[in-house]
Design a protein around this ligand. Structure first.
Ligand SMILES: Cc1cc2nc3c(=O)[nH]c(=O)nc-3n(C[C@H](O)[C@H](O)[C@H](O)COP(=O)(O)OP(=O)(O)OC[C@H]3O[C@@H](n4cnc5c(N)ncnc54)[C@H](O)[C@@H]3O)c2cc1C
Length: 479
């Protein structure tokens, strides 16, 4: 970009990963004059694996702002084709007691807080959300079977040279790592940020709702059941699907505790094999002492997959650089930027907010000085690109750093409780203490109702001395 005499060429953004964040970023940058976006995805195809994913009001608003209206339709709007399920009560989540099944607590009512119904927390089968986003991206922009392996700066040509695992290369002005929790882009620049297992293991199942249709007293709402040492989540999803997720805690430093049952779930295997096939008999045994409703539910689960949970520390900066790659050319979005491990079911919403913010930052400060729009020295564009990444980081990072702090503290507390319960002198948690733990859990409102547009507008005011002019902050409109 900094060679004044070069003919105009598009400003090229290479995105590693075509998951929720990568696709949303491509949509945020769609139709921008002078900007070309290529998505490089490791998978051979956008696969139907994964289970349920929730979006809170912040994620729903970002979806709407990006123009992904097809993903806002839920099962109440269209019982068969609605993509997601929302609790009719307006409570994003209902918490029940593991033995009695009674409601002990709820998250705060969205109706009472004046949130419009179309922005209420919605639960999707992840593949449906990915499909809804992909419908807005030109398939020619998505290059499959391209796993990011490394990046270098070509100073003579003024661009990045990205290398893929198959030995091929691509060039770009900006590289965005949207390659998920185990991001290679992140660890390429910050090797110490490799995620570590938190000790939590989830049994995730998604199946046709007909499997549970016979359970007459099954609450028709997203429900989290808490017991002394494990939890069970269940909910309808869009398109007549249903999900059940069991989660239990191990000591991450004592893998000899790995064998959960005589059916033999070997934790060592499951830690390395994400989405490995689980055993429904194991799932049933894990909940065999719980109340009758839970037992009927797990008896109806036809299959399950195992997802070990991992997380990493907060990064010092999202404006990445190395001895050979200058600052202002590489950044991260989604789980790649904040490997929090899915806690609070907020990963999808954060990814959408990240993508919107990065798109808005580029639109606000970079695009107006690209040669295709206004003639101007291209060193200005270099400076503006760095400024755009700094505005993006200032909009997002403090929020996700706070999340990482909360998540690491919660993980440590769970492991400490487990270790305490395993000592000879352990005093078991009383029922009243369990209920109190449910009632005093972290209130997730600050996450699910975070207003990314307000933070972005403040950051632009601070850095530019004016309100955003290029970006429409209205939820009704496309970016
Ligand atoms: C297959 C799958 C299933 C999931 N299932 C669930 C679930 O059931 N529940 C839940 O809450 N969350 C799930 N997640 C995580 C959830 O999607 C994210 O937390 C959230 O949506 C943030 O999205 P993301 O785009 O940052 O990351 P992801 O959705 O993880 O997307 C990352 C993308 O990058 C690709 N990728 C990885 N490495 C490379 C590389 N080296 N080069 C190029 N591309 C690469 C991946 O294949 C993927 O498509 C799943 C993720 C994946 C990939």
């Amino acid at each position: 970009m900094s060679q004044e005499a070069q003919p105009s060429r598009p400003f090229t953004v290479a995105v590693a990963g075509a998951g929720i964040a990568g696709l949303a970023l491509a949509i945020a940058l769609k139709d921008l004059p002078g900007v070309r976006v290529d998505l490089y995805e490791r998978a051979m195809q956008l696969r139907e694996i994964g289970a349920s994913i929730a979006l809170g009001p912040n994620g729903m608003r970002s979806l709407e702002r990006l123009g992904v209206h097809n993903a806002l339709v839920d099962t109440a709007d269209d019982p068969e084709q609605g993509l997601s399920f929302r609790n009719a009560s307006g409570f994003p989540m209902v918490y029940r007691h593991y033995k009695t099944g009674e409601v002990v607590s709820t998250d705060r009512s969205q109706a009472d807080r004046g949130i419009e119904r179309r922005h209420w927390t919605a639960r999707y089968y992840r593949a449906h959300l990915q499909e809804a986003l992909a419908a807005h991206v030109d398939p020619q922009q998505i290059h499959l079977n391209k796993a990011f392996a490394g990046v270098a700066w070509d100073g003579a040509a003024n661009h990045l040279v990205i290398t893929f695992a198959d030995g091929t290369t691509a060039t770009a002005d900006l590289l965005v790592g949207a390659d998920g929790l185990h991001s290679r882009v992140r660890t390429f620049f910050e090797p110490s940020s490799r995620p570590v297992w938190t000790g939590a293991l989830a049994f995730r199942s998604v199946f046709p709702r007909s499997h549970v249709a016979h359970i007459n007293d099954l609450p028709h709402e997203a429900t989290h059941v808490w017991g002394p040492d494990r939890t069970l989540f269940f909910s309808p999803l869009g398109r007549d699907l249903y999900t059940v997720v069991g989660q239990l805690q191990f000591d991450p430093d004592a893998p000899t505790q790995a064998t959960v049952t005589e059916e033999g779930v070997q934790l060592q295997d499951t830690v390395s094999a994400w989405a490995a096939q689980g055993n429904v008999k194991t799932l049933r045994r894990l909940y065999a002492t719980w109340g009758p409703l839970v037992q009927r539910l797990v008896a109806a689960v036809p299959h399950t997959q195992l997802y070990p949970n991992s997380s990493s520390h907060a990064l010092p900066t999202w404006v990445l650089s190395s001895a050979t790659v200058p600052a202002g050319r590489v950044t991260l979005v989604g789980d790649a930027a904040h490997a929090h491990g899915g806690a609070f079911a907020t990963g999808g919403s954060l990814a959408l907010d990240d993508a919107w913010s990065l798109g808005a930052s580029l639109r606000e400060v970079l695009v107006p000085v690209l040669p295709q729009n206004k003639a101007g020295p291209s060193t200005t564009a270099d400076r503006r690109l760095l400024l755009a990444l700094q505005i993006y980081e200032a909009t997002r990072k403090a929020h996700t750093d706070r999340l990482l702090q909360v998540v690491h503290a919660a993980n440590a507390a769970r492991v400490a409780r487990l270790r305490a319960s395993q000592t000879h002198t352990a005093v078991p948690e009383t029922d009243e203490q369990l209920r109190e733990r449910i009632r005093t859990r972290e209130d997730p409102t600050w996450l699910h109702e975070h207003d990314v547009t307000a933070v972005f507008a403040n950051v632009v005011r601070e850095r530019q001395g004016r309100a955003p002019t290029e970006v429409n902050l209205d939820v009704q409109s496309k970016l």
